[in-house]
Design a protein around this ligand. Structure first.
Ligand code: FPP
Ligand code: MG
Length: 326
């Protein structure tokens, strides 16, 4: 059974809510390139993990307001989708969800503006919730979006930097990936009137899942076939991203100088050899262990929330993240 089915949430309804974010913008004609591009992007698929997290979060409060929860859920996906449009430009990546990336279809300038429109539209819609007791809604449009940009900036400013620390890697991963997931669960809970302790535990749970997700993603770059990844294996290192497997491999004195020699101009054959050495030095197992530790910590949070029937939904999310095959 699919994750959304296990959670009793219709993906079709989620997608409709997301599409409405642009369809009900009176300033944007539905037939415009902007509206059509966004609808096409939404229809190209995705598991809607973040909207599902908002909805699951709302099940921890005494007074879930369907209208508000679904709006926030759609807003979360809008921010995520906008960030991926920009990310594909930055990474010079031509494919997204099996379709041509937005910047390939529209050109870079227009694609950037579609992304900008989407993140601004989230602020516009969320401003409805401007009462003091609803200010948590701004976490999505302010805090989290800022952190996404910061995480991406941290990543870009450490390309081919082999002196980056594990702490810096974890901080970047938190900003780029984990905080949005964490905020989704907390915002859902707060919108339903959950108490602060519960909302913060859910935030922590989402953060642990997000960290495990990003770390696993960095492992997959070394372990999955090019066909599955949609890009050559080891692409992260080739493009200068010093991820956790590389940081662990750098602790091997014999391997470190070979890795440090990889830069933007290194011939592909040399990088291939370095990637093979990283794959066989035990670094991937150590990386996997850290990912498993985050998942275990997430499990401990579920145990603390076992008084809520919705803790079973957290278990569904955790199983999805544990068995994830990107
Ligand atoms: C995917 O990274 C990218 C992110 C998780 C965040 C990117 C954020 C920005 C570009 C900041 C801009 C934000 C907004 C809201 C306009 P990845 O390249 O590791 O993953 P991939 O393999 O899916 O591309
Ligand atoms: Mg990318």
């Amino acid at each position: 059974m699919k994750m959304n089915e296990q959670l009793g949430i219709s993906l079709r309804a989620v997608d409709k809510e997301i599409e409405n974010m642009v369809k009900f913008d009176k300033d944007v004609p539905r037939s415009s390139e902007l509206a059509r591009s966004i609808v096409e992007l939404i229809r190209s698929g995705g598991k809607r993990v973040r909207p599902l997290m908002v909805i699951v979060g709302s099940r921890f409060g005494p007074a879930p307001d369907e209208r508000k929860v679904w709006r926030l859920a759609a807003a979360a996906e809008f921010i995520h989708a906008a960030s991926l449009i920009h990310d594909d430009v930055i990474d010079d990546s031509p494919v997204r969800r099996g379709d041509r990336a937005m910047h390939i279809k529209l050109g870079i300038n227009r694609a950037i503006h579609v992304g900008n429109y989407m993140s601004a539209r989230v602020i516009e819609l969320i401003s409805v919730y401007s009462a003091d007791r609803e200010r948590y809604a701004y976490d999505l449009s302010s805090l989290v979006t800022t952190q996404l940009c910061l995480g991406e900036y941290q990543q870009l400013s450490h390309l081919f930097d082999y002196d980056v620390t594990i702490e810096q890697y974890l901080e970047k991963s938190k900003n780029k990936t984990a905080q949005l997931m964490a905020a989704c669960l907390r915002i859902g809970a707060q919108s339903a009137g959950a108490d602060d302790d519960t909302a913060n535990l859910l935030y922590s749970f989402g953060e642990k899942l997000g960290m495990a997700f990003q770390i696993r993603d960095d492992i997959l770059d070394f372990t999955q076939s090019s066909e599955k990844l949609g890009k050559p294996a080891g692409s992260d290192l080739r493009s200068g991203q010093v991820t956790l497997p590389v940081l662990y491999a750098l602790q091997d004195d014999a391997l470190a100088p070979l890795i440090r020699a990889v830069n933007a101009n290194t011939p592909a054959e040399y990088t291939d050899e370095v990637i093979a050495a990283i794959q066989s030095c035990g670094a991937l197992q150590r990386t996997e262990a850290l990912s498993a530790q985050f998942l275990q910590e997430a499990q401990q949070i579920i145990d603390r929330l076992s008084a809520y029937p919705a803790h079973r939904d957290l278990q569904v999310l955790l199983s999805f993240f544990s068995g994830r095959d990107k």
